[in-house]
Design a protein around this ligand. Structure first.
Ligand SMILES: O=c1[nH]c(=O)c2ncn([C@@H]3O[C@H](COP(=O)(O)OP(=O)(O)OP(=O)(O)O)[C@@H](O)[C@H]3O)c2[nH]1
Ligand SMILES: [Mg+2]
Length: 204
């Protein structure tokens, strides 16, 4: 069975990747499936820097090809925040619910027209004997006034996607993958790296 290792501890991302990879006959493993605990410090100031950092460090530790994902939400009325700090916007403990509250509070009194936002995702692929490569994707939408739906993770309950006319958290994982920043970045990866897809079979 073909397998790909995603250098993430985020179970929500893992589900997104499963929906994207499983139809291709590729199973997804993440850092949560390993016995050792690996948590790379994200010291970069861009999604790209952090994605490369996570991919290269985990690949070096395990000696296999890995994909890392660095992603986040940019809200225009908040000058692009939370951006690269999306996971810890409301505090170091990474609390999705508190992060959502902080975004909603920051947008108090902001009209529907001015609530534009986007998700961004950079995927970095790193492995022994290969140059690290990156692929990016984005997904435009706007921030709702209240939570809607229970699927997904992070800011999905308050992110409205005009393409699907629903909140991201109201979409199935498959539907999310069709329009998401992660789906778009992975589509790039697949298009440009058919060779790499073959080598996923050797990564275990
Ligand atoms: O509603 C959302 N739907 C998404 O599809 C999504 N993608 C990213 N995000 C937010 O951005 C942070 C990433 O930060 P991040 O890339 O550092 O990941 P992380 O720290 O959660 O896990 P890891 O991969 O680093 O182990 C996440 O925690 C979320 O708050 C999303 N929110
Ligand atoms: Mg992180």
């Amino acid at each position: 069975m073909k397998q790909v290792l995603i250098a993430t501890n985020n179970k929500g991302k893992a589900k997104d990747f499963e929906a994207l990879f499983n139809p291709l006959g590729v199973t997804v493993m993440t850092l949560n499936d390993l016995e050792e605990t690996i948590d790379v410090e994200e010291t970069g100031t861009t999604f790209e820097e952090n994605a490369i950092l996570k991919a290269e460090e985990v690949s070096k530790l395990l000696g296999v090809i890995v994909i890392a994902d660095d992603s986040g939400l940019e809200v225009d009325a908040l000058d692009g925040a939370p951006g690269v700090y999306s996971a810890r916007y409301a505090g170091l403990e990474k609390n999705d619910d508190a992060n959502i509250d902080k975004v909603l509070e920051g947008l108090t009194g902001v009209s529907d027209e001015e609530r534009t936002a986007r998700f961004r995702c950079v995927l970095a692929v790193a492995g022994p004997e290969m140059e690290t490569v990156t692929f990016s994707g984005s997904c435009e939408g706007s921030i709702l006034h209240d939570r809607r739906g229970t699927n997904g993770f992070g800011y999905d309950p308050i992110f409205y996607t005009p393409i699907k006319e629903r909140a991201m958290a109201e979409l199935s994982a498959i539907e999310k993958g069709e329009i998401s920043h992660r789906g778009a970045a992975l589509a790039q990866l697949k298009e440009h790296l058919p060779k790499l897809m073959e080598s996923f079979g050797a990564s275990r």
